[in-house]
Design a protein around this ligand. Structure first.
Ligand code: 48H
Length: 259
């Protein structure tokens, strides 16, 4: 059979738009395809909820692929070993109390889980605002990352979701949009974004999971964003807390949406 260039164009554009339209309204919209966002997407979709991910970058993975200071190996504490085993990551080296894994193998395994659970990751799309209706986060305002990078004046589009997850990492971008534009008071000690604290890996790993929660009606924080909002420390290249936070946000959202 001959290869027809225009048929390639048609196939890509038709399939992309059909999948995009299919995700204009979903149960859960996750912003950020780092380790916490990807784990959340897999675990939420596994619970039968319609889930979509938006990622600013060309490639998913967030801070995972950089490992520690560009050494692409990461440490995972024993608490998260069940998730590692579920993912089928097998190139893992055991050390007393923790494990070392290849950052790229872990990312590959997460992506396979997400894709095979039917979730589309819309890469190269940035979330620039929240849809806030009657004091409830009800969706996302999205635009092409290329538009954002070029500072072009192009109006965005909106998608709806019953639950939104801020998994944008250190920047906690969605919570910042909410506080800046809607002037809301958060359930934090200061009523505002606390900001992340200096390195303390052990405490940070516990707090990443503890801080994972619904921070405002319709908006959950997960991963590094949870610590950035609630004032937890950073932890360096140990990633168990990110996986466990993604798992916890999935449990919280599933129990809320299935009420
Ligand atoms: C679309 C966006 C937007 C936006 C950001 O940084 P991440 O890897 O986040 P986590 O929380 O899953 O993992 C944190 C971990 O990688 C880390 O940084 C650690 C452990 N640090 C410890 C330390 O001490 O430094 O991923 C966030 C993703 C990225 O891919 C961004 O591109 C994306 O979110 N993103 N996507 N719209 N507005 N903002």
């Amino acid at each position: 059979m001959s290869i027809i260039e225009t048929e390639i164009t048609r196939a890509i554009v038709e399939r992309f738009y059909s999948r995009f339209l299919d995700n204009v309204a979903s149960d859960v919209a996750i912003v950020g395809a780092g380790p916490s966002g990807l784990t959340a997407a897999w675990k939420i979709a596994e619970r039968g909820l319609k889930t979509v991910v938006f990622e600013r970058g060309l490639k998913p993975g967030g801070g995972l692929t950089g490992g520690g200071m560009m050494f692409s190996e990461i440490v995972i504490q024993a608490d998260a070993l069940t998730i590692i085993n579920e993912l089928g990551v097998n190139f893992v080296e055991q050390r007393p109390g923790y494990f070392v894994a290849d950052a790229l193998e872990l990312l590959g395994a997460l992506l396979v889980k997400v894709a095979r659970s039917g979730v589309k990751i819309f890469n190269l799309m940035s979330v620039e605002d929240l849809l806030l209706v009657d004091r409830k986060v009800s969706g996302l305002v999205i635009n092409w990352s290329a538009v954002e990078l070029a500072h072009l004046h192009v109006d965005p589009l909106t998608i709806a979701a019953k639950a939104v997850v801020d998994a944008t990492g250190h920047a906690a971008e969605l919570v910042h949009h909410l506080v800046r534009k809607a002037k809301v008071t958060l359930p934090t000690p200061s009523g505002n974004i606390e900001g992340e604290g200096p390195m303390w890996a052990e405490r940070a790993e516990q707090l990443t999971v503890e801080n994972t929660r619904e921070i405002y009606p319709g908006l959950w924080v997960a991963g590094m964003a949870a610590n950035a909002v609630l004032g937890g420390p950073r932890m360096g290249p140990i990633f168990g807390g990110m996986l466990l936070s993604g798992q916890k946000v999935a449990e919280l959202i599933a129990s809320k949406l299935k009420q």
